[in-house]
Every structure is written in structure tokens, then in C-alpha cells.
Design a binder for this molecule. Structure first.
Ligand SMILES: Cc1ncc(COP(=O)(O)O)c(C=O)c1O
Length: 304
């Protein structure tokens, strides 16, 4: 369902009126930073998963990109997020804050003023409901993930996503569900909008942080796995290590925890959700639905 309102620079603006100028440098050059966050329905009401961490990453993205004079604090953005959800009456939704630039067209960040909006909409499973059990078919993309000194991989900068779009579009047009990208040295990095985990001999491994976005779901899954007694390591991973994994899964705010059934037409493990992935997926959904041991720590309730 479409929202009635978008929060824009302190005002609750009707959806159709929440526009930015055609000559905004954000549209032309991707000069902005954003977040993707989910609000879940729980028995105690709507709750946003790790909202403060997401908003901290938004502020960090702006800082990394070099945006100066951004006038909102984390606490103000947190309250604005709650207000937006309440104004639209959602019990669960996706949340999209965006810092954009208001000013003349050009490549100088300092000639524009940073502004911010928060949109919400109702949204189901990103990679398909059935994929949560049957898994997705991934392509190793021919597009390389950002070099760490070409784009700032710790920041969700709008323009960074051209690289994700190249990989995702090629994957879909080639008949796959998603793309895994290798870094500039050829090691496994991340997907167009998800982090990746490998399970082999009951040990769980994920690529190190250098070239990836430090996913909040990645951190949550790592914590939940350790809580359940699994060993989780960060290590360099090669393409062929993926092919011979017992299980693989991707995770992210959009994709939540989704198993991989095949890569490049090679079946992974049993060709559907494996037992470790199932344990972690269940732990994740229990947590976001308010019934996990970490729920109190990670859920921020909208109607408190
Ligand atoms: C490139 C990329 N990697 C990983 C992720 C997963 O991050 P998170 O779990 O914080 O949503 C995302 C989504 O934001 C992403 O865009």
C-alpha cells in the first residue's frame, strides 16, 4: 500500500507533493546517502529493527561522503521516522530515509545544502516468499565490486548503487535471481544489496569488512549464530569455495535471510535451504517478530 505522507525536512508532506527539483545534483550525479530499514508487526505493536544503528550508518555515510552542515541529529531522525510511520498508519513497512542536496547543479558538495526526507511503504519479501525455503539462483557477476579507494564501500551513497544496478540487471536478464560480486582482487565481496555467508563443515564464514557494506543484518545474523553456539569467522573467500559450500545464504534488510540454491548452474549443498540456514533464518524472524532473546535489545517500538 502506498503511503499518504512523506516526511520532508521537518514537515509531513502529502505523498504527491514530496518532490525535489529536476536540477538537483542528487538526481544527476547520485550525490546523496540513504538507508533501508524495516518495521515489523509484533504482538506489542509496530517495531523498527535496529533503527538507531541504521540512522547512525546514515550519518556515517554523510560524513564519509563529505557532506557538511547536516542539521539533524540521530534522535531527531529517529522521532521523525516514528512520526512518518504513525502518520501513514502502518503496522509494518519499509523505511527509506534519504539525505539529498538542494542547490545548483555541479560537483561541489559545498555549494548545496543537505536536506532529508523519510518515505515509508508496505513491502513484502524482496526475493520472493518461496525463495525463503527453496533458495535463489545466483550469478557471479562479471562486474567487479567497487575498489575501496574508488567508491567508499562503508557508505550507502546513492551513486554507489550504479554498480549494484549493473550487476543486478545483468543477473535478472540472464535468468538468475541475484548477483554476487567479486572485489578488485577477485575475492567474494557481496551482492547487489545483500551480504553473504558460507557454511562448510558446520562453520560459518563471511567476507571481511574491507570491500563490503557493513550490513546490520550481517551483524545480527553473526550475533544470533554465536548465541546458538556456532563458530563464525570473517575470511577471504574465493569463487570456488562458494561452489563447494554445504550451504550459502544472503542477508540484508530487504532480503532478510534467504538461502542460495545454486550459483552459476552449480547446485549448492542439497539445492534448497540447508539446516544451518534454517536455524539462523528462524532465529532472525523470531527476533524481528518480537519473540527472540535479542528482540528487546534490537526492536524500537513506534507507539511507546
Ligand atoms: C551493497 C549492500 N550490501 C549489504 C547490504 C545489507 O545491509 P543491511 O543488512 O544493513 O540492510 C545492503 C543493504 O543495505 C547493501 O546495499
Amino acid at each position: 500500500m502506498k503511503a499518504d505522507y512523506i516526511w520532508l525536512n521537518g514537515e509531513m508532506v502529502p505523498f504527491e507533493q514530496a518532490t525535489i527539483p529536476f536540477l538537483s545534483p542528487t538526481i544527476h550525479y547520485g550525490l546523496g546517502a540513504f538507508e533501508g530499514i524495516r518495521c515489523y508487526e509484533t504482538s506489542a505493536g509496530a517495531a523498527v529493527f535496529r533503527l538507531s544503528e541504521h540512522l547512525q550508518r546514515l550519518l556515517d555515510s554523510a560524513l564519509i561522503f563529505g557532506i557538511r552542515n547536516f542539521r539533524y541529529t540521530l534522535e531527531e531522525l529517529r522521532e521523525a521516522t516514528f512520526e512518518t510511520i504513525r502518520a501513514n498508519g502502518f503496522s509494518s513497512c519499509y523505511i527509506r530515509p534519504l539525505i539529498y542536496l538542494d542547490g545548483p547543479l555541479g560537483l561541489n558538495l559545498d555549494s548545496s545544502e543537505p536536506k532529508v526526507g523519510i518515505a515509508t511503504w508496505e513491502w513484502g519479501t524482496y526475493l520472493g516468499e518461496e525463495a525463503l525455503e527453496s533458495g535463489v539462483h545466483m550469478m557471479i557477476s562479471s562486474f567487479t565490486r567497487h575498489h575501496i579507494n574508488a567508491s567508499m564501500t562503508k557508505a550507502k551513497i546513492c551513486g554507489n548503487y550504479a554498480n549494484s544496478v549493473l550487476a543486478k540487471t545483468l543477473a535478472l536478464r540472464s535468468g538468475y535471481d541475484e548477483a554476487i560480486m567479486l572485489d578488485s582482487l577477485g575475492y567474494v565481496s557481496e551482492c547487489s544489496g545483500e551480504n553473504l555467508f558460507v557454511v562448510r563443515a558446520a562453520e560459518i564464514c563471511t567476507p571481511p569488512r574491507a570491500t563490503i557494506l557493513e550490513g546490520i543484518t550481517r551483524d545480527s545474523v553473526t550475533t544470533l549464530a554465536r548465541d546458538s553456539g556456532y563458530v563464525v569467522t570473517e575470511d577471504l573467500i574465493s569463487r570456488d569455495q562458494l561452489y563447494i559450500a554445504d550451504e550459502l545464504f544472503v542477508c540484508g534488510t530487504a532480503a532478510e535471510v534467504t538461502p542460495i540454491r545454486a550459483i552459476d548452474h552449480r547446485t549448492i549443498g542439497i539445492g534448497q535451504r540447508g539446516p544451518v540456514t534454517q536455524v539462523l533464518q528462524q532465529a532472525f524472524f523470531k527476533t524481528v517478530n518480537g519473540e527472540g532473546e535479542r528482540s528487546a535489545e534490537w526492536l524500537e517500538y513506534v507507539y511507546e
